[in-house]
Design a protein around this ligand. Structure first.
Ligand code: FES
Length: 86
């Protein structure tokens, strides 16, 4: 699975760096480093959202905030990988 976090200027201002940290930690905690590749991407064209744009295997998930991160990680990453509840 490839997870790309938008590091375009709008998302950068909305905290993409914090989300990179959260993702790295969560991937480590769940031992997913073999399964999940974390990359950055340029602007994904969703900058008008209230949060950072993250792409998961080609699916664009706009507007992810630090508060919403646990739900995002659960539904878009753990569930997709068939890992179930945390
Ligand atoms: S800067 Fe992230 S979607 Fe545009």
């Amino acid at each position: 699975m490839v997870v790309s976090i938008c590091v375009g200027s709008a998302c950068h201002l909305k905290g993409s760096r914090d989300l990179v940290e959260l993702l790295k930690n969560a991937i480590e905690k769940h031992n997913l480093s073999e399964e999940v590749t974390l990359t950055g991407s340029f602007c994904l064209g969703e900058c008008n959202r209230n949060g950072v744009t993250i792409q998961v295997d080609g699916e664009i998930c706009p507007g992810v905030t630090v508060e919403e991160f646990p739900e995002f990680f659960q539904t878009k990453i753990l569930d997709q990988l068939g890992k179930g509840a945390t």
